[in-house]
Design a protein around this ligand. Structure first.
Ligand SMILES: Nc1ncnc2c1ncn2[C@@H]1O[C@H](COP(=O)(O)OP(=O)(O)OP(=O)(O)O)[C@@H](O)[C@H]1O
Ligand SMILES: [Mg+2]
Length: 613
């Protein structure tokens, strides 16, 4: 398969290797001829034939040059092929990660993904490097055996005994090696997984005093990896000397058998020297076959893991209906009898239903607030609206078109989600907001920052828009981070804005100001429809309509005063939240930030952070 992907380079490598092989055999015969026809007569005569010696030297030099060219071609070709394939597959795997749906990511640990893209791809293509060498060696071996038979049958028998023995030893070696290598490869992934998780969850690890346990967990797994690698080394230590000695024994046998045959007059000195030399030089290349065989199991293990990613299903298919992203009018969002369940952790379990019979509309240019207790399904509705996930049944529509029929570009050009947990790239403020999208210059960035009430703090940063924000925005406060992600969404001038609790860490007055600003379309403000998950009375009161959700179902809908008057659950929730907020302010929390912003913990870190409402 590798050959199919890079045929020309492979041909170069194999050609180089074959040239090398032929030259090795030829050089054995030239050395034999030099000894038999030049050195021996010279010793007998007591004088050196200068002409013959010069010719011999020239011949050996010529062969060496060709051999060097052969090695160069092979190395270059093999290297090219190996690294090109690795790079190509790394790109393919990472590209695939981005295409796979959110549900797939929630089932697979980040550490494993890193290891798939790195060490597994590397392992998969590792045997490519010695492969041309091995092919060349096979050619060399066949040539050697034939030339042995031409020379003398007795010496040929020695060869027939030694080479297959060497080969068998190699096969046994790689068979024993396979499971050890596979285990080591799996442990590599696990070690990287644990490391990633504890660094990523550093905040929780530290605040909960889990340093010792995390270190122990990591140490246990690295210990296992160490043991696995040592067992690989031990096997290598056992077999390597054997593989070294066998060819020397072969040379010894050749000399013994050769001496007898020489006395019988069956062969000449020239031939004996040639054969003995052949054995010495062949020992090393034969091992190349062994390397390939030994690397193969690790490669197969790596390849299996890479293929699991490449073959993973669940990729979203897009339709071909386009919506004009430059359309200045706000979009209409519709949910019609939507049911949704997250995929269960294990395939045979039924997924628990999260949403049922959800029907509502966000009319063009209107603001709808989504209110409900924790776990009611608000974030799930937000994910459905931007098509991070698809409904089990029912339809989600944008401007009346089923979102599944839209092109990927139409979706991202029309709706923007500001997620509950803000994500900020380790880059400048400008890059975080513009994201390399065309038509977003500094002017647009500042306009978006103004709308998100973030222009003040960005202007105060040491390098303004050029300030690096640190990994995941580590140098920013939670509220600043949230406002940056909001500005990022606004910079794209979405026709529908979905705010999932996007300003929870922002001062309530500022939150209300932001929403009020977004609602009043002006020269700077894009006209947009808004679906907002909110808790604060001041924010909710700005909405044209409130949808009240309980356990995945729409329980009530209407204006804020209507719901407050008629739905007891709604009134309780809003009042309880308001009280908590007031207590937070009394307690002197900065800017009444009673609802702590969630620490940045990825979805699949397995560490639950309870946020008290
Ligand atoms: N990836 C997931 N896999 C399985 N179940 C999930 C997943 N995400 C959420 N759930 C479940 O779906 C339900 C709704 O979750 P959702 O995140 O939509 O709630 P929410 O209303 O946004 O809550 P909050 O106010 O706490 O943000 C919850 O019971 C939750 O346990
Ligand atoms: Mg949520």
């Amino acid at each position: 398969m590798a050959i199919r992907e890079q045929p020309r380079i492979f041909a170069v490598a194999v050609a180089g290797s074959v040239v090398f092989g032929v030259m090795v055999i030829a050089s054995a015969y030239v050395v034999g001829a030099v000894v038999g026809d030049v050195v021996v007569p010279a010793v007998a005569r007591g004088s050196v034939a200068v002409g013959a010696l010069a010719a011999a030297a020239a011949a050996l030099f010529g062969l060496s040059v060709l051999r060097v060219v052969g090695i160069f071609g092979r190395r270059l070709g093999a290297g090219f092929m190996q690294f090109r394939l690795q790079a190509a597959y790394r790109r393919r795997v990472t590209r695939r990660y981005l295409d796979l749906p959110l549900s797939w990511h929630q089932r697979n640990a980040t550490g494993t993904l890193l290891s798939n893209a790195n060490s597994d791809v590397e392992a998969a293509w590792h045997p490519i490097a010695p492969l041309p060498f091995a092919v060349g060696t096979l050619v060399m071996l066949v040539g050697a055996i034939i030339s042995l038979f031409v020379t003398d049958w007795a010496l040929a028998l020695v060869g027939l005994a030694v080479f297959p023995a060497l080969f068998t030893l190699n096969v046994v070696y790689s068979r024993r090696m396979a499971p050890r290598q596979q285990r080591a490869q799996r442990l590599r992934a696990e070690v990287s997984g644990i490391a990633h998780e504890s660094f990523d969850g550093a905040l929780v690890v530290k605040t909960m005093g889990r340093e010792a346990q995390e270190t122990a967990r990591f140490a246990a797994r690295t210990g296992q990896l160490r043991d696995a690698l040592i067992s690989v080394g031990r096997l290598r230590g056992l077999f390597d000397p054997l593989l070294e000695t066998l060819p020397s024994l072969g040379t010894l046998a050749v000399l013994v058998v050769g001496a007898v045959r020489l006395r019988q007059g069956a062969i000449t000195v020239t031939e004996l020297v040639s054969v003995a030399f052949l054995f010495t030089v062949l020992a090393f290349p034969v091992r190349a076959i062994g390397w390939v065989l030994a690397e193969l199991p690790r490669s197969v293990a790596g390849w299996d893991r890479v293929r699991r990613v490449l073959d993973a299903t669940g990729e979203m298919s897009y339709g071909d209906v386009t919506l004009d992203p430059a359309d200045p009018r706000p979009a209409t969002l519709g949910f019609a009898d939507v049911h949704f369940a997250y995929e269960p952790a294990e395939a045979h379990l039924p997924g628990t239903q999260v949403l049922g019979e959800v029907t509502f509309t966000v009319p063009a240019g209107r603001t709808v607030a989504l209110v409900g207790p924790t776990g009611a399904g608000k974030s799930t509705i937000a994910s459905l609206a931007v098509r991070l996930v698809d409904a089990r049944s029912g339809t989600v529509t944008l401007d009346g078109v089923d979102v599944r029929r839209l092109t990927a570009g139409s979706l991202s050009g029309t709706v923007a989600l500001v997620a509950q947990v803000p994500f900020v790239f380790d880059d400048t403020v400008r890059a975080n907001i513009a994201l390399d999208r065309p038509g977003i210059g500094d002017e647009e960035v500042w306009a978006a920052l103004r709308l998100a009430e973030a222009d003040g703090f960005v202007a105060a940063l040491p390098d303004g828009l050029d300030t690096m924000v640190g990994e995941r925005g580590a140098s920013l406060s939670g509220g600043q981070r949230q406002r940056l992600t909001l500005a990022r969404a606004l910079a794209g001038r979405p026709r529908l804005l979905v705010l999932d609790d996007a300003t929870s860490a922002v001062d309530p007055r500022v939150e209300a100001a932001i929403l009020a600003g977004l609602r009043s379309a002006g020269p700077d403000t894009p006209a947009t429809s808004i679906l907002v998950v909110a808790y604060r009375r001041a924010t909710i009161a700005l909405a044209d309509e409130v949808i009240y959700l309980e356990q995945g179902r729409v329980v009530a809908r209407g204006t804020h005063p209507e719901l407050l008057a008629t739905v007891p659950g709604y009134a309780d929730l809003v009042t309880a939240y308001e009280q908590a907020e007031a207590e937070g302010e009394q307690a002197g929390g900065p800017g009444g930030r009673s609802r702590p912003y969630e620490p940045v913990v990825p979805l699949n870190s397995g560490l639950d952070v309870e946020v008290d409402r």
